[in-house]
Design a protein around this ligand. Sequence first.
Ligand code: C2E
Ligand code: MG
Ligand code: MG
Length: 515
Amino acid sequence: MLPLSFGKTLLRIAGSRTAAILAICVLTTLAITLTVAQKVMDHEKTAALDVHARSVLDHAGHVAEQSASILRKALQLDTVPCSREDLEQLRVLSFESRFVRDVMRLEGATVACSAAWGRMKQPFPLPVAHHGIAPYRFWRDVNTSPVGHVRADITAHGAVAVVTAPGAFDDAGLADPHIKTLVTSRDGRYVFRSFGGAEFSTSGHAATTGRYVVSHCHPQRLICVVESSPQMWLWSVSWPLLVALTGLGTLAGAGVGITVNSLVRRRAAMGTQLQRAIEHGAIRVVYQPIRMLKDRRLVGVEALARWTDATGQNIPPDQFIPLAEELGLLDALTRSVLRTTFSELGERLRSDEPFYVSVNVNSEEIISRQFRSYLHGLCLEHRIPASRVALEVTERSTANYADLTAAFQEMRDAGHRVMIDDFGTGYSNFAYLAALPLDAIKMDRAFTRAIGTESLASAVIPGIVSIATAMRVTLIVEGIETEAQAQYLRTLHPEARGQGWLLGRPATARELPAD
Ligand code: C2E
Ligand code: MG
Ligand code: MG
């Protein structure tokens, strides 16, 4: 009865975890899909607005250019102002541009005559100009007729002025009611024209509100165009598109969820299997030779853990070591590696030849008193001198410096050798390392691989050799695969030791060469 209810509980836990993973993945993927689609749409809307604003600016540029040209020509006329001849000339000029409705001559603050109305019978006053950008003055939406009210914009240059045709922007593509457009002065303080309900009275900078905003200024004229349009949401654009995207996002999310779930399950199963393998002594150990570079003499080996899972697949240490670390199984694994190594290589390690084995440990282990006493006991039990057992600690370890120094010293006092593994890939600097009580540094194989290339890693090698010499520690070079690499390193440091495919692949205790 008890195992049955236990099984049910397990199933329920596993089931709810699967549901949670699926829900998280579906929701996340859905959110990402819809956000990306919205961003794409926002981008397209802004791009379309950009094109529109440029075309309006182009049009505004023509209006300004033609008005300026007519004003210039009117100023250059050598006719008597407001004479018959002069009015004829002004009339001719007023027909030069369809953007200009009338050309006026001003006397102080009043209109003296114009191409359209001739000489004024009554003085026709203009209000104070609304804005000025030397040499021009501007009026916006003022009465331009001596009879009745015909409102339009006026631009004056000295004593001449042009009346802008109210329909000057009729064919500028401003029909879209969603787009608010302002034609402003370059400093944004004066709005010449406003379309689509954009605020007329305030300045160009503040007047356009909306989700999408673009602005462009004319390269020659002192005018700019600011445009905005309101936020367009996916669902307001197309329901079918939204439904399709939601369906796609959900499907993709479910796919991701199933994959993640199977990975999580696999990892959990792998953890259980690894634990069993460690408990049953199923972690095997292979040994990779370490040789003097100058005469290729075998000086020692590195013990490397190997694990074959229940399906017969070889899992690389780069996968199962971090997993063991994560599950708190590393200490048990290291002890298993030590026991196997001592029983497989015990005879050789007890003999007279100066042959050693180095074992990988992490910084937490070397700092742990229990681990150190376990190693001591194991050495005694197998009658193996401590000097034949080296410990490799990776440079990436994050342990407290003082603790590490004390632990290294204690290990060395006990007779072990202590080495920094994968040297050059971690955070250590020379000052940090120089103060650590060390016997050897193992230069990471990334540097060896770079030999003969132009890379920075290759340029650093002589520096690492100098560090080893200055620290008076042994240099062991990892990952030697070619004769050229071995030759280069031997020349650089004749006393260096090497490890790599060229000098010997990891082998079982039985296959290990005698020298
Ligand atoms: P490591 O301690 O730096 O060990 C050297 C690694 O480089 C080994 O990989 C070895 O097979 C590989 N190697 C040796 N020579 C060459 C070469 O010429 N070329 C190339 N490309 N590779 C070479 P392995 O056995 O896969 O181990 C990977 C890492 O897993 C080890 O790096 C070590 O950090 C960790 N590891 C292995 N066994 C143990 C263990 O028992 N305990 C702990 N804590 N870590 C271990
Ligand atoms: Mg190592
Ligand atoms: Mg290494």
